[in-house]
Design a protein around this ligand. Structure first.
Ligand SMILES: *Cc1c(COP(=O)(O)O)cnc(C)c1O
Length: 379
């Protein structure tokens, strides 16, 4: 699905020397690279505060701790996402409220969010799934109206642009009250181990969060709040510093691959291609709105599972993200849920297939992959 080796080959000298500098300095925790990366990412995103941490799941949890959410508070998120999002809500004894998604973009359905709001609702967690932003204009309006926090789960969309109604461009993860991201190796900006970060423009919240990631300490050995231990290693920060300047280029490579897939799959009866949400009738340049963390097709003739097997049998890895709706997972099932409210997710889990997507895909590979898909689906 991803070619991390090929990408490494292209930046090997720089990565090796960055890592070896850390080794020479022995500043393995909170070394100069961590601080430098934080500043460089703040500049790249145009956000006031980046707080690095140990992984994307911690980042989400720390966002919720920082906002002071309390047991019993309801947090609305998408039924169609990776489990980390709902996991941390449950871990903090908050009440997860799962809602359906939009069939075109796979992102949280704002109308469903609106229906799910109760007096106990405190926050909404849109996940910018597969590399493009959820409908942040509508979500922020809804949040303002009901006095809710918006926590963007930006693990899959770092570098994506969001264009608001008035044409303003902002980077994914800088629009809500706070956002989380992951630097897991296969993400668009991946390190060589675990890593994550929190973004916010709110000075007070940033301050609170800086303490939370460090055992709740604001003054050494004074623990004012219950915190966690969640740090980005200096070695990982050094890797990320070498890769951040290439992020736009890497995302562009992904978009190029997506365009080639799109060409191959146009006008297919049994295939629905991924749609770009920010497509406002050609009014704005939306070319950088999607960073294709995944290129995900819907196979509508019931052959999805057979196609996955066929692809794997021909040496092409394919993913099903995600095969089970969260509301049907044992850990998160809840008798309050009604199947009629999850029509889209229930259908998507039967239809979606994600094709190989990374920065090193060449034309020959793409032709091989698309030929396999087309022959099989139309057979
Ligand atoms: C990868 C991912 C996470 C978790 O990130 P980790 O760094 O693996 O903890 C959270 N949410 C989404 C949507 C993800 O894709």
């Amino acid at each position: 699905m991803v070619d991390l080796k090929g990408q490494y080959e292209g930046i090997k000298d720089q990565i090796n020397s960055s890592i070896s500098n850390v080794l020479d300095s022995s500043a393995f925790i909170n070394g100069p690279d961590v601080h430098a990366f934080q500043k460089e990412l703040e500049d790249y995103l145009g956000v006031k505060h980046v707080i690095p941490c140990a992984n994307g799941t911690d980042a989400l949890q720390i966002c919720m701790m920082g906002l002071g959410l309390r047991p019993g508070d309801e947090v609305i998120t998408a039924d169609f996402t990776f489990a980390a999002t709902v996991e941390v809500i449950a871990l903090l004894n908050l009440t997860p409220v799962l809602v359906d998604v939009d069939p075109d973009t796979f992102n949280i359905d704002v109308k469903a969010v609106e229906r799910a709001i109760t007096p106990k609702t405190r926050a909404i967690v849109p996940v910018h799934l597969f590399g493009q932003c959820a409908d942040m204009d509508a979500l922020m309006d809804l949040a303002n109206e009901h006095d809710l926090f918006v926590i963007e789960d930006n693990a899959q969309a770092i570098g994506a642009t969001h264009i608001s109604k008035n044409g303003e461009k902002q980077k994914a993860g800088t629009i809500g009250h706070v956002a989380s991201t992951s630097f897991f190796p296969s993400k668009n900006l991946g390190c060589y181990g675990d890593g994550g970060a929190i973004f916010t423009n709110d000075d007070d919240l940033a301050n609170i969060i800086r303490g939370i990631v460090n055992h709740g300490m604001y003054v050494r050995y004074h623990h004012d709040v219950v915190g966690v231990n969640s740090r980005l290693d200096s070695i990982q920060a050094a890797v990320l510093r070498a890769k951040l300047p290439k992020l736009d280029e890497y995302n562009q490579e992904r978009r190029k691959a997506a365009q080639k897939y799109d060409m191959a799959f146009q006008d297919q009866r049994h295939i629905i291609r991924p749609k770009t949400a920010n497509d406002r009738d050609g009014v704005f340049d939306t070319s950088d709105c999607h960073v294709f963390h995944q290129y995900t097709l819907r196979i509508t003739n019931g052959k999805r599972d057979a196609l996955v097997q066929h692809m794997n049998g021909n040496g092409v890895p394919c993913g099903v993200y995600y095969p089970i709706p969260l509301h049907k997972q044992k850990a998160y099932a809840d008798e309050r849920y009604n199947e009629d409210d999850f029509k889209v997710t229930n259908q998507l889990v039967e239809e979606v297939i994600s094709l190989p997507m990374h920065t090193e895909l060449d034309d020959e590979q793409i032709d091989f992959i698309t030929d396999l898909v087309l022959k099989f689906v139309n057979d």
